[in-house]
Design a binder for this molecule. Structure first.
Ligand code: C5P
Length: 237
């Protein structure tokens, strides 16, 4: 019998800690981490570079058809490559997140990215932690463990600013200020609304997902919590 891959699905709103937690969990367990937001970000970035209208699902659908075979994922570094170009330095910006959320509303874009995400799971040689907005509900409802990660808006905005300040991006914010925090909170709230109110695969907790509020927890506590849930499900020894 072919054993199906073990999968942990981590969904939740922007800035809830999904990606940093998932990647650390994978470093300590040897599992592979796949961040599906990178795919939506890649579509937004390349679409914009090619001068496409980011509300036009037909041309974006054609773009995905044309680039899907040249997209490569390095699961060790978490970098995504398009025609051998590393998109990671540009893909983390606020603009890229907003463009990703814009193209993610389009049903054809979601439909075309679905088999790509599933194929990443099938091709993996070990267990997979996959994060996004609809992993537990649409991409992989048969996941062995589903976690819906949340945190307060203010905490998410602070984390996002800290994360951006560590990046090598030329557009990173230089100093922390109350205005920057307000702007970031507004930006995240707008993205939350867009992600949870769209018709196609909106951000929502799967019925069988465990809700994990990371607001009062340290980063290490969240990582430990996820690992202990994986052990409870017998996904780890
Ligand atoms: O997770 P990340 O912030 O990189 O995702 C960027 C955007 O991509 C999200 O705001 C969301 O609109 C979209 N997305 C999605 N479904 C996923 C992953 C990301 O709609 N599974």
């Amino acid at each position: 019998m072919i054993r199906k891959n073990r999968v942990v699905a981590i969904d939740g709103p922007a800035g809830s800690g999904k990606s940093t937690v998932s990647s650390t969990v994978c470093q300590s367990t040897g599992w592979i981490y796949l961040s599906t937001g990178l795919l939506y970000r890649a579509v937004g970035l390349i679409g914009e570079e090619k001068g496409l209208n980011l509300d036009d699902e037909i041309s974006l659908g054609q773009l995905i058809d044309s680039f899907k075979d040249t997209l490569r994922w390095d699961s060790k570094t978490g970098h995504i490559f398009y025609q051998s170009r590393n998109l990671s330095p540009e893909i983390g910006s606020v603009r890229s997140g907003n463009n990703a959320s814009r193209v993610a509303k389009l049903p054809l874009v979601r439909e075309k990215l679905l088999p790509i995400q599933r194929s990443f799971i099938t091709m993996a040689h070990t267990g997979v932690v996959m994060d996004g907005r609809d992993i537990g509900t649409v991409v992989y409802p048969e996941a062995d463990l589903k976690i819906f990660m949340i945190a307060s808006l203010e905490e998410r905005a602070k984390r996002r600013i800290l994360q951006l300040s560590k990046e090598k991006s030329p557009k990173k914010p230089q100093t922390f200020s109350p205005e920057l925090l307000t702007d970031m909170m507004r930006d995240i709230a707008q993205r939350d609304l867009q992600d949870s109110s769209r018709k196609s695969a909106p951000l929502k907790k799967a019925d069988d997902a465990l809700e994990l509020d990371t607001s009062g927890l340290t980063f290490d506590e969240v990582v430990e919590k996820v690992i202990s849930l994986m052990k409870e499900r017998k996904l780890l020894p």
